[in-house]
Design a protein around this ligand. Structure first.
Ligand SMILES: [Zn+2]
Length: 142
């Protein structure tokens, strides 16, 4: 795979050269300003769980945070009482845990789930995150 392009201004890395992005102007602190303290803790746990799989860039944007390796594969939006998490998978999964599933293509599904507390990070969710991480790395076999 070709090397990532690095934005000379903010250092963010992307697969596509000159990709339109927020250019480092948003902060995590600002994103979580209206959330209860436990929402930050849940998010920190989410970051920790993903870092356990491998290195990841955590990028704050205007209204969400994205996790990326080569491409965005997970992230979410802080709400007042929970973190609205999401991640990509290449196949359809039916689970009552998802609040929303968006399909972008025959092998691209965006799963949304509500992260109320650190208890959501169980073996099942860890398994999904490992698969999402491989999508982020654009590995063929996921
Ligand atoms: Zn930039």
């Amino acid at each position: 795979l070709p090397p990532l392009w690095k934005c000379p201004k903010c250092g963010a890395k992307f697969v596509t050269r000159n990709l339109l992005h927020a250019c480092g102007k948003f902060s995590l602190k600002a994103l979580f300003a209206n959330s209860e303290p436990h929402v930050w803790r849940v998010f920190q746990r989410f970051v920790k769980e993903v870092r356990r799989i491998g290195p990841v860039s955590v990028i704050p944007q205007k209204s969400r945070v994205v996790f990326m390796t080569r491409i965005r594969f997970a992230g979410g939006t802080p709400r007042k009482t929970y973190f609205a998490g999401r991640f990509l998978l290449n196949r359809r999964i039916d689970s009552p845990r998802f609040t929303r599933v968006l399909q972008y293509g025959p092998r691209s599904f965006d799963y949304h789930l509500r992260m109320d507390s650190e208890r959501v990070f169980d073996a099942e969710l860890r398994g999904w995150l490992r698969k999402a991480y491989r999508i982020g790395r654009q590995e063929r076999k996921t």
